[in-house]
Design a protein around this ligand. Structure first.
Ligand code: 13P
Length: 251
């Protein structure tokens, strides 16, 4: 079964309200000239989600996304944003368990699994990130690490795993300009696919994104791999021309 690829931009904590408006305008203008052959999402910082909903209103080429969600439904969790709140602002995708959340905010596999569940319950597609550090890769533990991270999400979410998007983001490739070679990325994606197949009869429907220094120059070769179904783009999603070039490479 063929599925459309997904290119999602992760702005992280970058840009300004004005800069974000210009970026969205640039991307929408570009896509109006050349309709994308893939699904496209832009994952904005939480305070910009209301504005993003407005900027993206009345078109369907780009869907709004968030970068994190609370593991709790509601209550006394100062600073947290619930999945229902995200849905109130039209959010369709939500990044969950990004390595920066795992690394700087102590997010565990179990917490990531709970956040995934919250997003799914609100009808938001979670983009669940997995990936190994350089030390883990050098130690030969890549597959063991990503399998452990994914296993926690499968364990908690059961058959709903087919509604999830998985992003393989090797930590050593994020923001470093070091991209995994297409072959190396494919190898990990194939391992993740095998794990998903063992959990679900519909695993081939699940989109597996690659993330980590994906750019206009390397996108086509990464996206041509059999188990790479899209990209999660950091730095290159902050410039309309670069992001559009990656979208154009996804067909
Ligand atoms: P870069 O594309 O800047 O390496 O970031 C990747 C990433 O972390 C996307 O979530």
């Amino acid at each position: 079964m063929s599925k459309s690829k997904l290119i999602a931009g992760n702005w992280k904590m970058n840009a300004s309200l004005e800069g974000s408006a210009a970026l969205v305008r640039g991307v929408l203008d570009g896509l109006a000239q050349a309709q994308p052959a893939c699904d496209v999402a832009m994952c904005a910082p939480a305070p910009y989600l209301a504005a993003l909903q407005g900027w993206l209103a009345g078109q369907s080429a780009v869907q709004p996304g968030a970068q994190d969600v609370s593991a709790h439904a509601s209550g006394a969790y100062t600073g947290e944003v619930s999945a229902d709140m995200l849905r109130d602002f039209g959010v369709r995708y939500c990044i969950v368990g990004h390595s920066e959340r795992r690394q700087y905010h102590g997010e565990t596999d179990e917490l990531v699994a709970a956040k995934t569940q919250r997003a799914l319950a609100a009808g938001i597609t979670p983009i669940v990130c997995v990936g190994e550090t350089l030390a883990e890769r050098d130690g030969g533990h890549t597959e063991e690490v990503v399998r452990r991270q994914l296993a926690a999400v499968i364990h908690v979410n059961g058959h709903c795993i087919t509604e999830v998007v998985v992003a393989y983001e090797p930590v050593w490739a994020i923001g470093t300009g070091k991209t995994a070679t297409p072959e190396l990325a494919q190898q990990v994606h194939a391992a993740l696919r095998a794990q998903l197949r063992a959990a679900s009869d519909h695993a081939d429907r699940i989109r597996l994104l690659y993330g980590g220094s994906m750019n206009a120059a390397n996108a086509a070769s990464l996206l041509s791999q059999p188990d790479i179904d899209g990209g999660l783009i950091g730095g290159a999603s902050l410039k309309a021309a670069d992001f559009l070039a990656i979208v154009a490479a996804a067909r």
